[in-house]
Design a protein around this ligand. Structure first.
Ligand SMILES: Cc1cc2nc3c(=O)[nH]c(=O)nc-3n(C[C@H](O)[C@H](O)[C@H](O)COP(=O)(O)OP(=O)(O)OC[C@H]3O[C@@H](n4cnc5c(N)ncnc54)[C@H](O)[C@@H]3O)c2cc1C
Length: 398
């Protein structure tokens, strides 16, 4: 019997595998319907990462600050620390106002700095007020997921498989595959992006998840270097990443589009146009651009836009890591840390699988129950509280 079956070979599955291994749970069976590792949304090479700046100290903002702090430890090997310049909205035309706002939100003023438009132009090549996240950057999600998952023995990576049913029989999780083979495990991690929705429905768990198609445009400027192009990654409602400059050719990425309830993976000319339009609105028309490539992915987004991470109440040993939206780097770093702490406590309490998230040592790192309930799988289940542990249910099957 396996310690765990992990369904989904993307960055969420990789974070689950890491947290299991951190606890010595090495008998892991990975399953994916794709033929190779990290072929879904995690086939992304430039996933930006910086904390969210809200209007007030919202749960989202506090959580992204904590999650961002976990990124170096979890994904540091794949992290390109370029710094990220976040363009301020119309509320913050003056550096002074933005600076005060950042302080109110509790940002580290040594690493998160407000810039006025003139200074920003001199430093980064963009004439706009904004916040410089010196610790920001991007992660190659595909490499992070592939290298983490490739560590599992070949025979424990089942790729190109279809799952017929997930059942809980005699306190054991049973996964029936379409080819007639059945696998058993003490735990199941559902990390299947938007595909999680269907798997959870099969377990009579209705989660309000939706697919959101997004396209990035990889561009090259082929008529010489343009010195007025911004020199650092920019974010706001769109993003820009200069990722290569050699032999008189500048390359950068623009994105991204946001098409709800669409799962078409083919690149659309209209999406390239939309990406370019956003960019020229900011910088004016730019000559000599050529589209080199596109990345198209399907984000999984929950109705409240928060991730779904943790144990499912009343389903002992069932865990979910999904709904990562456009913050997979931070949410999977958070998931890895929290799941590691949770599994450690679970193992210390013999066979007890707590329904709520057990925070362990992380309780001292700023995580409180109100923050945990913001992403707990319990929040969508009627009548279930995240603050009360529930005993494992005793029925034979579910
Ligand atoms: C345009 C765009 C821009 C983005 N930018 C950023 C960014 O800047 N920063 C950031 O942090 N994040 C960003 N993201 C988000 C990030 O790419 C995703 O959130 C992340 O890759 C999702 O990882 P995942 O492991 O949950 O899903 P996936 O990588 O999609 O993996 C899910 C896996 O589950 C498998 N699967 C599904 N259903 C089943 C089933 N029934 N049985 C077996 N296997 C199944 C799939 O084949 C797939 O391999 C962006 C996403 C998009 C689309």
């Amino acid at each position: 019997m396996f310690d765990a079956v992990v369904i989904g070979a993307g960055i969420a599955g990789a974070s689950a595998v890491k947290s299991l291994k951190n606890n010595g749970l090495n008998k892991i069976l990975l399953m994916d319907r794709a033929q190779d590792l990290a072929q879904g949304a995690s086939a992304h090479h430039h996933a930006l990462c910086h904390p969210y700046i809200g209007r007030g100290a919202s749960r989202l903002q506090r959580l992204t600050q904590l999650a961002f702090g976990a990124v170096p430890e979890v994904w540091g090997r794949y992290f390109e620390q370029t710094g990220v310049f976040h363009l301020a909205g119309p509320r913050f035309k003056e550096k002074k106002d933005l600076s005060e706002h950042l302080q109110t939100l509790g940002f580290d003023t040594g690493k998160t700095l407000a810039y006025g438009a003139t200074e920003a132009y001199a430093e980064f090549g963009i004439e706009q007020t904004g916040t410089w996240f010196a610790d920001g950057g991007y992660v190659n999600l595909q490499r992070a997921a592939q290298e983490t998952l490739a560590d599992l023995p070949n025979q424990d990576r089942l790729l190109g498989v279809e799952i017929n049913a997930i059942r809980y029989v005699n306190k054991v999780w049973t996964i029936d595959l379409a080819d007639g083979v059945t696998h058993r495990a003490k735990r199941v991690f559902i990390c299947a992006g938007y595909g999680s929705s269907e798997l959870l429905e099969g377990l009579k768990l209705a989660y309000p998840l939706k697919p959101v198609r997004g396209q990035l445009s990889y561009l090259r400027k082929k008529d010489g270097i343009q010195t007025c192009l911004p020199r650092v990654p920019l974010t706001s409602d769109f993003y820009y990443i200069p990722y290569q400059q050699e032999d008189q050719v500048q390359k950068f990425i623009l994105g991204s589009t946001y098409d709800e309830h669409n799962q078409d993976l083919s690149p659309w000319p209209a999406s390239h146009e939309a990406n370019l339009e956003q960019f020229t609105k900011l910088l004016g028309p730019i000559t000599g651009l050529e589209i080199e490539d596109a990345y198209v992915g399907i984000r999984c987004v929950a109705h409240d836009r928060m991730p779904v991470i943790g144990p499912v109440p009343n389903y002992p040993g069932l865990y979910v890591i999904t709904a990562l939206g456009s913050r997979a780097v931070m949410w999977t770093a958070l998931a890895e840390r929290l799941m590691s702490a949770h599994l450690k406590q679970e193992l210390n309490q013999a066979s007890f699988f707590a329904a709520r998230f057990l925070l362990g040592d992380l309780a001292f790192a700023g995580f409180s129950d109100d923050l945990v309930s913001a992403f707990s799988p319990a929040r969508f289940l009627a009548g279930v509280s995240n603050s009360k542990p529930t005993l494992p249910f005793s029925s034979q099957t579910r």
